[in-house]
Design a protein around this ligand. Structure first.
Ligand SMILES: Cc1ncc(COP(=O)(O)O)c(C=O)c1O
Length: 423
């Protein structure tokens, strides 16, 4: 049970100051006092209870929309998680680890077998030789630890928008400012002027995501070179989120760490969730120069320390599976992408065919926020308005993001429901 102390510390403009414990303040009113003593009424808060850095960070859209899907029985094409399990060999490895006593804290940097498997993966797929590897609680923790470990208050983080929602939160937690570079539909190409415009004097980190959620783009060589030269010229650290590295249907994923002069300034993040359909395992990692990994490790030490030991062992087993597992998953998802895109076309919605990831954006020709709010009632499907991933809400106001990482029959049913929209 949590112990209450009589004294707590509150934040004031001038730092920490002592104040009586909030829980210890007398509650109730004179009227409610049985003993007839005058008991002070509730004390009105003299300052906001929530930290200012939480401003604008409510419940995520994914939580809201998944709850809406559950409440209404709608098909959830909002959140990107598969509705089938990953390779049974990896599940058996998890069971074996649980049964063989791998149930205590992992070492802070991660279990050696998984760290080695990540090194091997980076070498085999990309020819990279990272100096260090840190295992994290999903890519999400790696992103948080990297931003907290690499940014000081007032620093600027240049980030492609639309962006994955945890980026804005973690930039705010670090006391940094985000400087978005807007990718505009239908092509979502990186414009050199947009990148130049976002590079202010306080820029410290460039937070990249390729293959990119929610656009489904795989940044091409020219775009990556543009980013790399900005990082080199401005001496920026590049933090790159590559969780969709193996879900590429057109083109080729090139890790920015492989570009000249980038390995020494890039922290590369990925995870087991998307590549092996185990999003609930939340095993991720970052790799790169020892100094950058150490910054993330220092933060992680005090966020969660180290856990998920059996799943770390199982993730090592997954990474060591034959590459054909990745090919099978990729082909399966490509077919699902095509199936959903055909369904969207049939429903009169205009899909922008994605080259990668779990997601397709479609132009619904009307205000997408309203469209998505009404969609469960209208036809029993949940999807996400793409504008929630932008600071510039007008940049994609008629786009809706649909996830296609679902079973064929679920996509078929969703497509049939969407087709009823026109009738
Ligand atoms: C771009 C991006 N980064 C990170 C994550 C989270 O990864 P993990 O589940 O490994 O924390 C997601 C999940 O949807 C994502 O889309």
């Amino acid at each position: 049970m949590m112990r209450r102390s009589d004294t707590q510390y509150d934040r004031s403009e001038h730092g920490l100051r002592k104040c009586p414990a909030r829980e210890a303040r007398p509650q109730g009113t004179a009227a409610s006092s049985r003993a007839g003593r005058v008991v002070p009424g509730p004390v009105a808060p003299t300052m906001p209870r929530r930290a200012a850095r939480l401003a604008g960070l409510g419940t995520t859209i994914f939580t809201e929309m998944s709850a809406l899907a559950q409440r209404t029985g709608a098909i959830n094409l909002g959140q990107g998680f598969p509705d089938t399990d990953g390779p049974p060999e990896a599940i058996e490895a998890a069971v074996a680890a649980l049964r063989s006593g791998e149930n205590q804290y992992a070492p802070l940097p991660g279990v050696p077998a998984l760290r080695e498997a990540v090194r091997e993966h980076q070498r085999r797929h990309y020819g990279l030789e990272p100096e260090d590897v840190l295992i994290t609680f999903g890519a999400t923790e790696a992103i948080a630890a990297a931003l907290l470990g690499l940014c000081d208050p007032g620093d600027e983080v240049v980030v492609l928008e639309p962006y994955y929602d945890s980026y804005a939160a973690c930039i705010a937690f670090a006391g940094a400012q985000r400087r978005p570079v807007t990718l505009r539909p239908p092509g979502f190409a990186l414009e050199p002027e947009a990148l130049r415009g976002a590079l202010g004097p306080r820029a410290r980190v460039l937070l990249l995501n390729t293959p990119h959620n929610p656009t489904g783009r795989v940044l091409d060589r020219t775009e990556l070179e543009l980013i790399a030269s900005a990082c080199r010229e401005r001496d920026l650290v590049c933090v790159t989120d590559e969780v969709y590295e193996h879900l590429v249907y057109e083109g080729r994923h090139v890790p920015i760490a492989t570009l000249p002069g980038m390995a020494e300034r890039t922290l590369t993040i990925s995870s087991i969730g998307k590549s092996f359909s185990f999003t609930g395992w939340k095993i991720g990692w970052c790799s790169g120069p020892a100094e950058l990994v150490a910054a993330a490790r220092t933060v992680k030490q005090f966020l969660t320390f180290a856990g998920g030991t059996p799943l770390q062992h199982a993730s090592a087993a997954a990474l060591r599976l034959a590459p054909s597992h990745l090919e099978v998953l990729r082909e399966d998802l490509r077919a699902k992408r095509d199936q959903l895109c055909a369904g969207l076309v049939a429903a009169g919605l205009a899909p922008l065919i994605p080259a990668a990831t779990y997601f397709v954006n479609a132009d619904v020709g009307t205000d997408a926020v309203r469209f998505c709010a009404e969609l469960p009632e209208r036809c029993g499907v949940v999807a996400i308005p793409t504008s929630v991933f932008y600071d510039d809400k007008q940049a994609a106001s008629t786009l809706v993001r649909f996830a296609f990482c679902k079973r064929e029959e679920v996509i078929a049913q969703a497509a049939a429901r969407l087709a009823s929209l026109g009738s």
